[in-house]
Structure formats: structure tokens, C-alpha cells
Design a protein around this ligand. Sequence first.
Ligand code: GLU
Length: 450
Amino acid sequence: MNYTHETISHLKRSSPAQAEFYQAVEEVLTSLAPILESNSKYREEAIIQRIVEPERQIMFRVPWVDDQGNIQVNKGYRVEFNSALGPYKGGLRFHPSVNASIIKFLGFEQIFKNALTGLPIGGGKGGANFIPNGKSNGEIMRFCQSFMSELYRHIGPHVDVPAGDIGVGAREIGYMFGQYKRLTGRYEGALTGKSLLWGGSLMRKEATGYGTVYFANYMLNDKGDSLHGKKCLVSGAGNVAIYAIEKLYQLGATPLSCSDSRGTIYHDEGIDVKLLKRLKEVKRDSLIHYLDAYPSAKYTPVSDYPTDGHAVWRYKADAAFPCATQNELTEQDVVALINNGCTLVSEGANMPTTREAINVLLEANITYGPGKAANAGGVATSQLEMAQNASMQRWTFNTVDEQLQRIMKNIFTNANEVSKEFGQPGNLILGANIAGFRRVADAMIEQGVV
Ligand code: GLU
């Protein structure tokens, strides 16, 4: 029986117009084919039918007043997808592209990613179709407060613990935490990614980017190689990209690029990470200002991008780290990377590689770390933040870093072993999906039909 085909046609009827969600489900189910064939209990227990349906989906109005006194309305979401392994856990994304399909694909990915970390966290995701670009601090605060005025009744340290994602960093988490505390009267770890001054964990900010690079290094170590001396392309200029770039330098590699929604920077001497932090974390400015300090760096505006892909992937390098957003690495991009000698892709973003591009990567035997595995360091460190909050402790940077490295190594080993167990050694997308699925599905079976 072809579960993938059957499930996707069912979803297209029951949840129409959710292309990104179907894409995420198709990717997972394609990997699961061997385990579903060989193991009748998952079929008998209707695990696939249950796992693709969120336990709960919350959609709400987010009204707020802008600086001109106009009333604005956005759409808010929280999809509580699966709680077999623990409280729902996953970020909030504030971006104009957010809709039910995007939040459902992210929530679905999060189930398996969180399972893969081995930690007790379920999967969820949320956000709003809010445009953070160009908003004043006051507007951001009022939006976050309005968003939390509805969300607070659905979350809590043992229920659902949101964090950041695109457009949501420590500032937004701060405003949302303040409103949560005001409405509930409770000071508790209902959000992660908090400021270090009041309950945040050291290294949470760095964790996704660092984790992606650790993961890439573990993949190479397994082949007797390392990132040392490698030239790398990185996309994005947010939290994930910045700290991937920082860790690449620490491991002796040279990151040559970064990108934002307006353009790409390629700097053959290596990206100046201090400048990048100043531009993006402090000034919240466009990457084009990188040229003010380095006029010789190359800037490609989005309007000049190749129509079949993205400028950032059209340079010569040994490794690529997509750290921007979904479907940012197309089939043509991957062909260009391979022709330019690239042999490794490690995903810092969620579902950055299109289905066709993944097939090219697998056929070409490229060392490929899928997002669920390679970017799990962020959510894993969020769980470490939850553990610190619950025990009223604060761990050192080194303690958190050691745990992050241990978790990323376990994820690699686990996905790699499972890829061998199912006769496709090195196919980590298969390994990660099956390993994550097995943990969630077995927990669901033990907890009965709920
Ligand atoms: N948004 C991040 C992710 O995609 C982090 C989620 C979290 O820390 O809960 O995994």
C-alpha cells in the first residue's frame, strides 16, 4: 500500500491549500516506507492517520494600534501538534508569509526533531502574519502584548512552551513574557529564549547555529574528515546564520557568504561576523551596509537573483549551510553547488531544501544533514533552559555547550545507525525520520487512543 500517496490525497481534501504542510508530510512518509512495511503495529494502530492530524489548532485575532493611531489586525496561530513525549515545544514565527500551512509544516517537523533530541518534549509551532520590518519598538511591544493576551490561556511550563523563530528574538520573548506574567500572575518558564537577566539559558541564542556546525563536523568526522580548512556558504543573517558563521571560524573553516530578504553578501576573505552582529542584532539594518566597511565584497540584490534559485548558492565552496527559510535551496541551486565542488549540506533552517533538490543530493551522495537533525540544537537548548527554570538553577556556558555537543553527537549517531539498520547507510534523512518517528509512535501506542 502506498501510504504517502493515500495520506497526501486525504490531507488535500481535509486540509486544502497547505502546500508546505503536504511537502513536510511527504518527506517524512517517504522515509518511513520501510518501517511501515516491516512493522504492522504502526498500521494496526493507525499511527499515520493520527500523527498527521494536530491534537489542537488555535487561530486568533491579534488587534493592535500602530504609531499613527491606526488599528491593525493580524492572524495569530498556535498548532499543538503532538504531546506524546512531553509538553508541546516549538517556536513562534512572525513573518508576512505565515499562514496555516507554514505553521502546520513547522509543527509537524518539530514533532520528529524534538523526538530525535531524546528529550521529553512534544511538538508545536505558532506565529503570526506580522511584518516586523520597519516597526518601532512600541509597535513591536503592543503587538506582542496583544498576541499574548490570547495565547497565555493555552500555554504553561507543563502544557506548551513557545520560543523564538524567524522574527522572534529575545526582545519579543521579553514583551510576551511580561504580558504572560501580568495576566497569569505567575513567574514561570512558559517561554524559552528569555534574556540572560531573568531566566534565559546561556548559549540558547547561539545553540541552533552552533549545533548545525557541530552536526556537520560529526558527519565529516565519521568519514575521517573535519570542517577545518573548508570554505563554506551560509545563507541567512538571523540568529541561526550568525552563530553558524561564528562556530565555523572556531572550527577552522571560512564562511564566505550570508543573505537577508533583500540581497546576498559574498566576501572572499570571509564574513566579518562582528560587523554582521552589529548590523543585524544592534542596528537591525539591511546587509547592503556591509559594503560601507568592505566595498570590495560582492552584493547581489534579490532582483538580480537567478530565476531558478538563489545567488548565495552560486559560488565555489566545500560546504553549504542553508540558515534562512523553507525552500531556499532548489534543484538548480544544488546542481550548481555540486558542479562547484560542494560535498556537504547541513540545514540550519527548517525544510530549506526542496523535494527535487533533496533527491539530487541523495543521488550525488552528498553528505547531507537534514534540518530535523542538524538544527535540533536550538530546541534542545530550549529544553535545557526549561530544566534550569524548573530546578531554579543556572548552568555555566560550558555546561550547556557540553550538553549541546553531546546531544548533537547522539542525534548524528542515532540517525546514522538507523540508516544502516534500514539498508541505506549515510542516508540521514531516512535515519532521522525513522528514529524520530519510532520514539513518538511507540509512545503514542503505549498511551492508547487519545
Ligand atoms: N524555532 C526553533 C526550531 O525551529 C526553536 C524552537 C524552540 O526552541 O522551542 O526548532
